[in-house]
Design a protein around this ligand. Structure first.
Ligand code: FRU
Length: 613
């Protein structure tokens, strides 16, 4: 965070021990103990110590010692030759104490003299205020992002008293995966997010992997009526399941001293629990990751869990580990018929490589989930999103009005750590409503459509075209220019007898993303091979293809552009593609053309988006 370095340093007075030390800043004393071991002493009353990071280097282990006792350990890529950015270490809980960082670096060193040359030692800074002004060109304008640091899975989401709480896998000490902590944001409208302090931090049982939360309205766990109970994976040497609870609406959590509540012999993670009104039991689905199956448990009190069944061995996509499950019931086609949906995130083995979300539709009797089969008696593989960048999707518990609102991590493990941002890494997808519909093959599918709150983002309509004929020559429409061209496009395409119809979004640098509807093939394809910056990973420049459900007829598209993403929802979310793009200048035009014949574009509306709604 460049700007943080400029913030005023607090003036500190500390009687430093003299010797072979370098004073990086007043209040900070650096003492080299060996080739890979340095003490950094911090004193005074500043709120933050800024740690200098260089991403290309390995993690240093930082043991935080207060009054001679080890308070915590975390890992940070301390700068060796240059400082990429700094990350804050919050000192407020150590007021009045000298804090000693016992740092173990992992670089190969032969002499202490060499170690002393590392850029980090002269670049620690004490400050009272953090300047988290965004300096990233590719920070989304209206998607949820962490203020700084790395983020992966959204998790532990619950809705209570009018607020949507969103927790996420967070590294507060750098923009690569490490130090898994539950970051916390909340919103009253799913559009404007408020950032809160970290909710659950790594502790004696390990770092804090993904999980879920539920509001315990009956105090069945004994943590208090309406306590928010979180269950997460403690990832240390083993992966075990732990509880934490909050009696202040999810702001702070107390770790349950009886942890762990579930242990298994092989890797299991991402517990997702919910109250099942049919059985009057807490029900839990847990990813038995390497065994590529889901385990189902029940409990009367969230503490004692009984394994009831397993689901999925040999079923569905199996080319990666199974993670981040979710299990819920929804009406089919808006009728009284209900079906259960089991979300199963898988990595790798997604439809276009890397991460993806498969799901199963079926029945659940409170103990066992049974998947529907197709006409050949097989369990079909179904994907919720046919883009490359929607993973670890799970839903909010206790959402109002029977809604099943979900959000995913808008990236892919193949390249998430390489995308061209530094201050923060990764955004979440737009929130989506999941519903069930019957396809032309009589199978039941899950649709995911943009949450209704998102219409509030609409600014002025810049283009309206009721109906236009489109031929091979094509028609070009201007895209809005304000706020780096962020916009929402609504358009219906009547293919008539035309061949594939393409919407090309481009800028004057020759960069483009192409969305193509092929009515005969009944597919929708998104080509980002020339979309802008694509060379940070060989897995990034690809074409993703979704099946369509419009039988080759009229398709209706809703497309959201943010600074680094394009989310395409066809036919109310029946076909969805979420893809990252990094154009070096915003796309300024949309050209629609056919490969052959004439098609009709109807009800075209382009809204600019106003992120400060
Ligand atoms: C999915 C995942 C989860 C795990 C978390 C760790 O992306 O691998 O299974 O809990 O990330 O950050």
């Amino acid at each position: 965070m460049k700007s943080i370095l400029k913030t005023a340093m607090a003036v500190l007075s500390l009687p430093f021990i003299s010797g072979a030390t370098v004073s990086a800043s007043e209040g900070i004393k650096v003492e080299h103990l060996g080739t890979n071991n340095t003490l950094v002493r911090v004193a005074g009353d500043a709120r933050y110590l800024l740690l200098p990071v260089q991403e290309a280097y390995d993690d240093a282990t930082v043991n935080v010692i207060v009054d001679g006792k080890l308070d915590r350990t975390f890992y940070v890529r301390l700068a060796k030759s240059k400082v990429d950015y700094t990350v804050p270490f919050d000192l407020s809980s150590y007021d009045g104490h000298v804090v000693v960082l016992n740092i173990v670096t992992s670089q190969n060193r032969t002499t202490v003299r060499e170690a002393k040359e590392d850029a980090c030692w002269n670049n620690f800074v004490l400050t009272d205020s953090l300047d988290v002004t965004n300096y990233e060109k590719y920070r989304p304008a209206y998607h949820h992002t962490p203020l700084y640091g790395w983020m992966n899975d959204p998790n532990g989401m619950f809705y209570k008293d009018g607020r949507w709480h969103l927790y996420y896998q967070w590294n507060p000490y750098g923009s690569k995966w490490q130090n898994m902590t539950w970051g916390h944001s909340s919103s009253s409208d799913l559009v404007n997010w408020q950032h809160h302090p970290a909710a659950i931090e790594p502790n004696g049982l390990g770092s804090v992997f993904s999980g879920s939360s539920a509001v315990d309205t009956e105090n069945s766990a004994g943590f208090g009526k309406d306590a928010v109970v979180a269950m997460y994976t403690s990832a240390g040497v083993s992966q075990i399941q732990s509880l934490a609870y909050s009696t202040d609406n999810g702001e702070t959590f107390t770790i349950y001293p009886g942890n762990p509540v579930i242990t298994l012999e092989s890797e299991a993670r991402d517990p997702n629990m919910f109250w099942n009104p049919d059985t009057k039991l807490w029900t839990l689905i847990l990813a038995h990751a390497l065994d590529r199956e889901m385990l189902i448990f029940t409990s009367p009190d969230m503490k004692e869990w009984t394994l009831q069944s397993s689901f999925g061995k040999g079923l569905g996509a199996q080319d990666g580990v199974w993670e981040c499950p979710d299990l819920f019931r929804l009406p089919v086609d808006g009728t009284d018929i209900q079906k259960w949906v089991l979300l199963c995130n898988i990595n790798p083995g997604g439809p276009f490589g890397g991460s993806g979300i498969q799901y199963f539709i079926g029945d659940f009797d409170g103990k066992t989930f049974t998947a529907d089969t197709d006409s050949d008696g097989n369990v079909p593989v179904k994907w919720l999103d046919y883009g490359k960048d929607n993973y670890a999707i799970v839903s909010w518990s206790d959402a109002p009005d029977g809604r099943r609102t979900a959000i995913g991590w808008m990236s892919n493990w193949q390249y998430a750590a390489e995308v061209p941002t530094k201050q923060f890494r990764s955004a979440n997808t737009l929130p989506r409503e999941i519903s069930l519909f019957t396809g032309t093959d009589r199978q039941i599918y899950a649709a995911s459509s943009p949450s209704p709150e998102l219409t509030a983002l609409r600014g002025k309509v810049t283009t309206v075209t009721k109906s236009a004929n489109i031929s091979r020559k094509g028609k070009t429409f201007a895209l809005p220019t304000e706020n780096d061209g962020i916009c929402e496009i609504l358009v219906d395409i009547d293919p008539a007898k035309a061949g594939p119809i393409s919407l090309t979004f481009s800028n004057d640098k020759g960069e483009k993303s192409i969305l193509t509807y092929d009515p005969k093939g009944q597919t929708l394809a998104f080509d980002r091979r020339q979309s802008g910056i694509v060379d940070f990973s060989q897995d990034f420049p690809v074409v993703t293809v979704a099946p369509t459900f419009s039988a080759g007829r009229n398709i209706s598209l809703r497309i959201f552009f943010d600074r680094a993403s394009i989310e395409v929802f066809a036919d109310g979310g029946k076909s969805v593609m979420t893809n990252l793009v990094f154009p070096t200048a915003p796309y300024s035009t949309m050209t629609i053309n056919t490969a052959e014949g004439t098609a009709k574009v109807k009800n075209l509306k382009i809204y600019s988006i106003n992120p400060e709604k």
